[in-house]
Design a protein around this ligand. Structure first.
Ligand SMILES: C[S@@+](CC[C@H](N)C(=O)[O-])C[C@H]1O[C@@H](n2cnc3c(N)ncnc32)[C@H](O)[C@@H]1O
Length: 275
């Protein structure tokens, strides 16, 4: 059976009926790509997958995890981190307290990257870091601060580009990580665990934190999976959750489009709340 809007919608309806997860406004293209992979994995057609989901709710959970892509890395898109360091941190440094939300944090690489950057700027002690995701499994892993050495070391080049761009002050990554190469493990040092509060939150169905709560919201490489209407809805809620003159950072390939963009001043991937 070829995947089209009608049969993908059938699957989305079924997922919603069984589990309450709401993918109605995810972009058709990315849903179709994911569903194709799921069907390949289960070696069945869409109708059979729906039948299996009805009989076994665990399969729904598995399908949901496959739909929500978890790709991430430390200091992903270093250029955005350097922008953040130059444009946002000097303003946040003037505030008594700094509250940051990583929405769609996946395995936690982005939130731990922030922790490292804040620590290097002596801002960690006055920061509150919150990181949320729809997927409970990735949050479990994120809380432990345990990563895969061989995969994540490939991305340590990002760490070097951001943290060690000024050669006179070299900070070895081992200041933050303990390496166990034999076990393929990279652990966040225990003294840096527990700074970040990880919890489950669905940007589509859950209520948002109170108004004017955050100095910075990072939501990167997630909105691309939503259609434009849902993107705008979520961005408007982020706008409400930000304190005046505070910041929203999106992914390298994401932008605020439509009227909600009038509420922000854009500079690269950094959006400052202006009204
Ligand atoms: C591609 S990862 C991005 C991770 C990180 N922000 C980065 O840029 O490296 C997208 C994350 O968004 C999460 N996600 C997808 N839909 C979501 C939703 N409705 N609410 C909260 N998180 C969601 C996925 O579970 C996944 O971990």
């Amino acid at each position: 059976m070829e995947l089209n809007k009608t049969n993908i919608e059938l699957l989305v309806k079924e997922i919603y009926a069984i589990s309450g997860y709401n993918f109605f406004d995810y972009s058709f293209k990315s849903l179709a790509r994911r569903v194709e992979k799921i069907l390949e994995f289960y070696e069945c057609g869409l109708e059979e997958l729906i039948e299996r989901m009805r009989k076994n709710p665990l399969i729904v959970e598995q399908v949901v995890k496959e739909i929500t892509v978890n790709t991430t890395e430390f200091f992903r898109d270093p250029i955005v981190w350097i922008e953040l360091e130059q444009k946002i941190l000097p303003e946040l440094a003037k505030r008594n307290q700094i509250k940051i939300w990583h929405a769609g944090c996946s395995y936690g690489h982005e939130a731990y990257s922030m922790l490292i950057l804040l620590n290097e700027h002596q801002l960690l002690k006055k920061a509150t870091l919150i990181a949320t995701d729809i997927n409970a499994d990735v949050l479990q892993a994120a809380k432990k601060g345990t990563f895969r050495y061989f995969i994540d070391m490939e991305h340590m080049i990002n760490y070097e580009k951001v943290i060690n761009k000024n050669m006179e002050h070299h900070v070895p990554y081992t200041k933050y990580f303990i390496v166990d190469e034999a076990k393929n493990i990279l652990n966040i040092r225990p003294e840096f665990l527990n700074y970040i509060k990880f919890y489950k939150h669905d940007l589509v169905t859950d209520s948002f934190p109170p108004d004017e709560e955050f100095d910075l919201i990072m939501c990167r490489n997630l909105l691309i999976y939503f259609n434009l209407e849902l993107q705008n809805k979520v961005i408007y809620k982020f706008f409400k959750s930000l304190k005046p003159d505070s910041f929203l950072v999106l992914g390298y390939y994401e932008a605020i489009l439509g009227t909600v963009s009038n509420n922000f001043l854009k500079s690269g991937q950094v959006y400052k709340k202006i009204k």
